[in-house]
Design a protein around this ligand. Sequence first.
Ligand SMILES: [Cu+2]
Length: 362
Amino acid sequence: MFSKLATLALASSLCAGAIAQRTLEYDIPAEEALALSQLVNDEDDQVFSIQKGKEISPDYPLIYRVALPIPPIKQPKQIITNPVTGKDIWYYEIEEKLFQHQVFPNLLPATLVGYDGMTPGPSIIVPRGTESVVRFVNNAQRETSVHLHGSPSRAPFDGWAADTTNPGEYKDYYYPNFQSARLLWYHDHALGITAENAYFGLAGAYILTDPAEDVLGLPSGYGEFDIPIILAAKYYNQNGTLQSQLQEDTSTWGDIIHVNGQPWPFLDVQPRKYRFRVLNTGISRNYALYFARSTNTDGQLPFQVIASDSGLLDEPVTVDTLPSVTKSSSTSHNSPANKSSSATSQTSAGSAWTTTSRTRTK
Ligand SMILES: [Cu+2]
């Protein structure tokens, strides 16, 4: 384990990147640091997936030392009226481009590809009934195609795999947004390189809001009490750059687990209810997510699942892990895993999301 001073010095030299990051500026209580350092990897009785993948990335030195970044909300550039439906259309422009991200503080920055040069991309938040057009400008190096996952988009705007946009081109995607409130996500879907493009960073949250949900009094305020938890698992080379998976032909489990682009971040919480919107953007890895007190990581705290990809459930379901299933074997996918869920939890100061997929100890 590092000395605290060395760790803080490293943390404060982290590149902020396109997504604002806040580094830890106070001491973790000793018993909390001890408990976190003793998290056991992939305990058999908690393992959802029997597949773990290889461990090849460099050790990540800042586990629970960097604050959870929150992807910024994308603002529409213009609002116009649809002459056919009479509804407002929020018009956005998003640029797909390469960017450098200092993932490992002591190694080379990784060159990633992101919507607006960040990963996850900016969050699009649209009220139900307001239509949208998003111009995706490809200023990256490979073909792209954008799929809004979970949206009943019309065929020309569904991002089918062969409908690629070349570097230097753009495409305008129209979305109807008539579904009830839910978390959708936009990700790359280009023929043959969907996994690679999404893995390099082309994924972002798309949230539909609905007055019918607003009246329920759920924890609200994007990034405040309504927190996106966007997961991604990746492999890095020994020099800190992202390892391409183009030659991979079975699965990419990844051994560095990112939340909102940051490996193993922390989130300060108040003792109140929170809503967490969980989205797995990874290629193969799945998770058994749970809450534990940071001073006692053996115990799992109950929380309520209130929604899925299809919007609000009929009623909240109290569970102690997500997904709430017993151990089973998993299948591998060569496209981004399509799971999103929404959960609320009564947090006590210092309680934390934990995954059994953590593969590194300090
Ligand atoms: Cu998808």
